[in-house]
Design a protein around this ligand. Structure first.
Ligand code: SP5
Ligand code: ZN
Length: 349
C-alpha cells in the first residue's frame, strides 16, 4: 500500500510523562514510527515523503489562536527562563466549569492549560516541526488517494505523534493536530460528498468527534473502551449522536475493557453497517493499534493475526480509504500489527 511517512517525527522527543503521579518514560515513543516503517519496507510497501503543505487544511480544522500557540509554545516556554530548555512544560490549571475560557492569559502555563485537555501530552523542543510534518503527510495521503479512475484505492499515513484526541483548539492524549480530520477535510475539499471517519483506536477519538459533531458531510464512528472506565472519560458514550445538521452522523460503540474478540468484531460489523447506510464516498480510518492484547495502557484482546482480518473487513466497504496511524504502545508489535491491517486490506481488494 502506498504510504506517506512523517520524515521529522523524531524531532518530537519528550523525555517523560506523568503516570500514577510519577515521572515515567513516554509511552508514545519514536520507535513506534520507526518499527512501522521497518515492517513496511521489509514487506515491500512503497514509502513517500509528504509532497504538500498542510497549512491551509490545518486552518480549516483548528483555530488560528491554537495553531499560533502551538507553533511557538516551546520558544515561549524557554523564554521564561533559560533552564526551562532542560525540562518539559505541563499544564496545572484548566478553565473548568464556572471559569472563563474566552480570555487568553499572559501566563504561559495558564495558556497551556487553556489549550490542553489533560496533563498527559508532553511537549518538547521539536514538537511543532514534527507535528507539522505529520499534518503534511496526512494531507498528502488524502491527496494521493484515487477517487474513481486509476490510482491507489488506499493510502497509509505513517506518522506520530497521534492526532485523534486533538480538537479545534486543544491538545491532549499525545495529540496536537488532528491528522485524521485533516485527511477527511482534504477529501471533502477534493469533492467527496460525505466522508466517514472510522476510529478503531482503543481510546475514543474525542477530538475528531468534536470537530465534526455538527456536520453531516463527515460522519464519525468509533469503537473504543467504555469512557466510564477508560481515557478520555468525558466523551465517547453511545448517546452522543450528533447535533443540528450532524444529528445521526455520530456513532459511538463503547465496549467494556476486557471484552472478547467476538464483541470487538461485532462492533466493527455494526460500524460498517452504519457507514454503509449513509452513502459515504470515502473512508478515513484512525488506525490505533492499542487494541492489541499486549498493549501496556489498554485493555482490548486483539492478537496480531486479527489485524489481517480487520484489514479485510475494512476493505469490504469498497471505499477509497486513507488509514492514519494513531495510538499503539506495544512497540515490538506495532509494526507487524499495523502492516497486517494494510496487507489484510490489500489482499481482500
Ligand atoms: C492516541 C492515544 O492512544 N492516546 C492515549 C492517551 C492516553 N493517555 C492516558 C493514559 C492513562 C493510562 N492509564 C493506564 C492504566 C494502566 N494500568
Ligand atoms: Zn489510543
Amino acid at each position: 500500500m502506498l504510504s506517506y511517512f512523517n520524515p521529522h517525527h523524531a524531532l518530537h522527543n519528550p523525555q517523560y510523562e506523568f503516570f500514577r503521579g510519577e515521572k515515567v518514560p513516554c509511552f508514545e515513543q519514536q520507535v513506534r514510527q520507526t518499527y512501522v516503517e521497518e515492517v513496511l519496507r521489509t514487506r515491500g510497501h512503497a514509502l513517500r515523503e509528504p509532497d504538500t503543505d498542510a497549512s491551509a487544511v490545518m486552518a480549516q480544522i483548528h483555530s488560528p489562536a491554537y495553531l499560533a500557540f502551538l507553533q511557538t509554545a516551546w520558544q515561549q516556554w524557554c523564554a521564561l527562563r533559560p533552564d526551562n530548555a532542560a525540562t518539559q512544560p505541563f499544564p496545572s490549571v484548566w478553565p473548568i466549569r464556572s471559569l472563563r475560557s474566552d480570555r487568553v492569559p499572559d501566563n504561559f502555563i495558564a495558556r497551556l492549560g487553556l489549550y490542553s485537555m489533560d496533563n498527559g501530552t508532553p511537549l518538547a523542543a521539536g514538537t511543532w516541526p514534527a507535528v507539522k510534518a505529520g499534518a503534511d503527510a496526512a494531507v498528502s495521503a488524502a491527496q494521493a488517494l484515487a477517487l474513481g479512475g486509476d490510482g491507489p484505492k488506499a493510502v497509509f499515513c505513517c506518522t506520530r505523534p497521534p492526532g485523534h484526541h486533538a480538537g479545534v483548539d486543544f491538545m491532549g492524549g499525545y495529540s496536537f493536530v488532528n491528522n485524521a480530520a485533516l485527511a477527511a477535510q482534504t477529501l471533502r475539499n477534493r469533492g467527496c460528498g460525505r466522508v466517514a471517519v472510522l476510529d478503531v483506536d482503543f481510546h475514543h477519538g474525542n477530538g475528531t468527534q468534536s470537530i465534526f459533531y455538527t456536520r453531516s458531510d463527515v460522519m464519525f464512528v468509533s469503537i473504543h473502551g467504555d469512557p466510564l472506565t477508560e481515557y478520555p472519560f468525558y466523551l465517547g458514550y453511545a448517546d452522543e449522536t450528533g447535533e443540528g445538521e450532524g444529528l445521526g452522523y455520530n456513532l459511538n460503540l463503547p465496549l467494556p475493557a476486557g471484552c472478547s474478540k467476538a464483541a470487538w468484531f461485532d462492533a466493527l460489523a455494526a460500524a460498517l453497517l452504519a457507514i454503509g447506510e449513509k452513502a459515504c464516498d470515502a473512508l478515513v480510518v484512525s488506525l490505533g493499534l492499542d487494541t492489541f492484547e499486549g498493549d501496556p495502557i489498554s485493555k482490548f484482546p486483539l492478537a496480531s493475526e486479527d489485524y489481517l482480518t480487520m484489514g479485510a473487513v475494512l476493505a469490504s466497504l469498497k471505499l477509497p480509504t486513507v488509514l492514519v496511524l494513531e495510538g499503539g504502545y506495544a512497540t515490538q508489535a506495532i509494526g507487524h500489527n499495523a502492516v497486517n491491517v494494510l496487507d489484510g486490506f490489500e489482499k481482500a481488494c
